[in-house]
Design a protein around this ligand. Structure first.
Ligand code: PLP
Length: 426
């Protein structure tokens, strides 16, 4: 038996399900998760030293590839200066200024330690600012595991078949209303009835937690208008799309400005960082300036900030997103061609450095219902055939994939060769 298998057996005794985050278990595809021990560039290496071309990138953060030498050097230097101070440091200003430069709607930025904290804090702030309790989200969007947001959620909850989690009091969940993604008419009806009670509308501007579903033309524009008319705070959850679909995130890609935004993943360059921010008028409500409380022992941690800041500097280099977009498009076009040649019903798409693979004969998948009609069993088979050949895809038909700047033609070709074989065996 493999070392990875032995580790999984051991892990299951000490850790629930053997994993510290459910999406790492192979629940959506069956089999044991692979235990990793190191990573470099586009590759991860498992406990048995098998190499994998990595299309998860730690679920998004590693847009530069693993262990970029300049990021690692910054982290080492920061560790040498001190791991955590619990007092303000200059690098926090530099990181916040960098975010403001790259995402102009972020007039003020508060750093936290995860995407969950960022979205939880943003909705609390929106509620405090508007004096309203009701929030609106879309079915299949995942915004972390804050109580109010675990209602009809995507990601691991969708994979496990429990989109609304037990443990969330019904009295709290009743304040979260849900809508169908890409259905503007339904949103218009809801806002016509209840708009004046809605504190915020939160969405993934490209839904990446039910595979990869972009907004249909007019959807984001329509939501912006509804929020303007009803005094509702529009929150773009850019934890996944930020610094991923474009340097300025989905708001730059689609040209729609939210009131608040949340970030995570890439913003920490592989360290635990999240951020929320936006209009100064709203951010003024957060403690210690205003009455809405939000805090964190390790928020703005200097080691984490050093990784995030260096990452943001590197991805700001001219041509970075053009190259990332081209590599990702090449991968997706190649996979589509291999599937078509093998006669497998398949649809694929990419936006910047993010992609989606759908086993379906329906063509473009644009909403929750369509994604739940895709062939998850066939995806599971494909996943394992690829894994055997050293290609590491997200272990669920409901998760987006990620390409990094370290992926070259060589890795893409390796992946397409593996896919040709996999499609022929489906
Ligand atoms: N929001 C979105 C869009 C996400 O994709 C995620 C995580 O995948 C989160 C929030 C939660 O972030 P974290 O896992 O860092 O708490």
């Amino acid at each position: 038996m493999s070392k990875s298998h032995d580790l999984f057996v051991k892990a299951q005794d000490a850790i629930p399900g053997g994993v510290n985050s459910p999406v790492r278990a192979f629940k959506g595809v069956g089999g044991d998760p692979v235990f990793m021990k190191r990573a470099k560039g586009a590759y991860m290496y498992d406990a048995d030293d098998k190499a994998y071309v990595d299309y998860i990138g730690s679920w998004g953060p590693m847009v530069l590839g693993h262990n970029h030498p300049e990021v690692v050097a910054e982290v080492h230097a920061a560790v040498d200066r001190g791991m955590s101070f619990g007092a303000p440091t200059e690098i926090e200003i530099q990181a916040a200024e960098m975010v403001r430069k790259l995402v102009p709607s972020m007039e003020q930025v508060r750093m936290v330690s995860s995407g969950t904290e960022a979205t939880m804090s943003a909705i609390r702030l929106a509620r405090g600012f508007t004096g309203r309790d009701t929030i609106v989200k879309f079915e299949g969007c995942y915004h972390g595991h804050g109580d109010s947001l675990l209602v009809k959620a995507g990601s691991g909850l969708l994979t496990l078949g429990t989109p609304s989690s037990p443990g969330v009091p019904a009295d709290l969940a009743k304040h979260t209303l849900t809508l169908d993604y890409n259905n503007l008419e339904q949103a218009q009806q809801m806002f016509a009835e209840k708009g004046s009670q809605i504190a915020c509308l939160i969405l993934e501007p490209v839904a990446g937690n039910m595979n990869c579903i972009p907004p249909v033309p007019g959807f984001l524009e329509g939501l912006r208008k509804l929020c303007d008319e009803s005094g509702t705070v529009l929150i773009f959850d850019e934890v996944m799309t930020g610094f991923r679909v474009a340097l300025g995130g989905a708001q730059a890609y689609y040209g729609i400005t939210p009131d608040l935004s949340t970030f995570g993943k890439v913003i920490g360059g592989g360290m635990p960082v999240g951020a929320f921010g936006g209009k100064r008028e709203i951010m003024n409500y957060i403690a210690p300036l205003g009455p809405v409380y939000q805090a964190g022992t390790l928020s703005g941690n200097p080691v984490a900030m050093s990784a995030g800041l260096k990452t943001m500097q590197l991805i700001s280099q001219p041509g970075f997103y053009e190259a990332l977009t081209e590599t990702t498009a090449k991968l997706v076009a190649g996979l589509q061609q291999k599937a078509d040649e093998a006669g497998i019903p398949f649809f694929s798409r990419s936006i910047g450095g993010m992609f989606g693979l759908f086993f379906t004969d329906q063509g473009p998948v644009d909403n929750f219902e369509q994604i739940t009609n895709c062939d998850t069993e066939r995806f599971g088979k494909f996943f394992h055939l690829m894994l055997e050949q050293g290609i590491y895809l997200a272990p669920s038909a409901y998760e987006a994939g990620f390409v990094s700047a370290a992926h070259t033609d060589e890795e893409i070709q390796k992946t397409l060769n593996a896919a040709e074989k996999a499609f022929s065996q489906l």
